[in-house]
Design a binder for this molecule. Structure first.
Ligand code: BDR
Ligand code: CA
Length: 311
C-alpha cells in the first residue's frame, strides 16, 4: 500500500535527512513540498530546500510558503544551527539554479489535498504556519486530509524553553489552530525523538556508503552531531526523521491517545504542548502521541534508507 505525502518543512539538516528517508521509502509517495520559515528565515530554508532537491535530482514541486508566524515576531534556531541552518564540517550543499515552483505553498497544499480527497497525509516538520494558513484559506481542508503527522511539542521537557519545543514555540497560534482542526493528528515530540540518537558511528557509516553525495551528507551530519559534542554529549537526538520512521515502520513505536492543547498565554509556558492522557474520561482526544521508540532499530532503518537515497 502506498501513502501519499505532502511535506511541509523548514530545512534544516534534520529536515533534509527526513526528506531523503521519505524519498527512499518504497511505500511513501511524495506529492509536493511547501517550505516555511523556521530554523532560519524563509530565504535560507527555501534556498536549502532547492539545493537539496537539486542535489538529489528530485522532481516534486517545491513551493515557498509563509515568511512569518501568524501573530508573533519571527524566531529562528540560527543560534544553534548557524546562519543558514545548514552547518557543515566540510563541503556545503552546492548552489542550485532552480527556482521555487509557481504558486504559494499554502495554495499548493490545498490543491494537492483536493486532488486526493481522504488520501493525503501531511507531514509537518517545521513551525505550523503554512498548515494553519491552509486551514484558514480552505475550510474544507480538515475533511480532505487523511492525517497530519508532525514533529513538534513534547510530553515533558522542551528545547527552546524549559517546556516549549522549537516548532511550536516558533508559532504557537498556528500550532493551536492545527491541534484544534479536527484532523487525525500524530505527534512526535522531543520526548520520543530523544530516544533516537545519532553519533560519530553513524557519520562513519554514511561516509562508508562511498558516494560523493554520501560524503557531502556526512559532512552535514557531522556538524549536526557537533551540536551535541559542544554540549559534552556523544549523541544528538533525531527529530524530523523520527515521524518518517513511524510512517515506514510503525512496529518500532508505541503511541497513546491524548488531548493535546497548546499553551498560548503562560508567562513561562507559552508554546508548551499540554498532554492529557486521561482520555476520554477527562478530555476528548485529538491526537495520538508517540511515547516510545526502539532507537537503535530506527537508526538501523535510517542507515538503510540513507544508503538508497545517497547512492
Ligand atoms: C525541531 O526544530 C528544528 O530545529 C528541527 O528541524 C526540528 O524540526 C526540533 O525541535
Ligand atoms: Ca524542521
Amino acid at each position: 500500500m502506498t501513502t501519499d505525502i505532502w511535506l511541509d518543512t523548514d530545512p534544516g539538516f534534520d529536515d533534509w535527512m527526513a526528506w531523503a528517508l521519505l524519498q527512499a521509502e518504497p511505500g511513501l509517495r511524495l506529492a509536493g513540498v511547501s517550505v516555511v520559515a523556521g530554523n532560519a528565515p524563509l530565504r535560507h530554508t527555501l534556498a536549502n530546500a532547492l539545493r537539496i532537491q537539486a542535489l538529489h535530482g528530485w522532481t516534486q514541486p517545491v513551493h515557498a510558503g509563509c515568511e512569518r508566524p501568524l501573530v508573533q515576531a519571527p524566531v529562528t534556531a540560527q543560534d544553534v544551527l548557524g546562519e543558514t541552518a545548514m552547518a557543515t564540517t566540510g563541503r556545503a550543499l552546492p548552489q542550485a539554479q532552480a527556482q521555487a515552483a509557481p504558486g504559494h505553498g499554502v495554495q499548493a497544499l490545498v490543491k494537492a489535498a483536493r486532488a486526493r480527497p481522504g488520501r493525503l497525509t501531511l507531514l509537518a516538520l517545521g513551525p505550523l504556519t503554512n498548515v494553519a494558513a491552509a486551514f484558514d484559506a480552505a475550510p474544507d481542508l480538515p475533511g480532505l486530509l487523511q492525517a497530519i503527522v508532525l514533529m513538534g511539542g513534547s510530553t515533558d521537557r522542551g528545547n527552546t524553553t524549559a517546556v516549549a519545543e522549537f516548532n511550536i514555540h516558533a508559532d504557537p497560534e498556528a500550532a493551536a489552530r492545527v491541534f484544534g482542526a479536527g484532523v487525525p493528528l500524530v505527534m512526535f515530540g522531543l520526548n520520543v525523538c530523544r530516544q533516537v540518537l545519532v553519533g560519530e558511528e553513524h557519520v562513519r557509516a554514511v561516509r562508508a556508503i562511498g558516494t560523493d553525495r554520501a560524503e557531502l551528507f556526512a559532512d552535514h551530519l557531522d556538524a549536526y552531531v557537533g551540536i551535541a559534542r559542544r554540549r559534552g554529549a556523544a549523541h544528538m537526538a533525531v527529530y524530523d526523521p523520527t515521524p518518517v520512521a513511524w510512517l515506514a515502520r510503525p512496529d518500532l513505536f508505541t503511541l497513546e491517545p491524548a488531548r493535546v492543547d497548546v499553551e498560548l498565554d503562560g508567562r513561562l509556558t507559552r508554546g508548551m504542548t499540554v498532554c492529557e492522557f486521561r482520555v476520554p474520561s477527562r478530555a476528548r482526544p485529538n491526537a495520538r502521541v508517540a511515547l516510545a521508540a526502539d532507537g537503535p532499530a530506527v537508526m538501523a532503518w535510517a542507515l538503510q534508507g540513507l544508503a538508497r537515497a545517497l547512492s
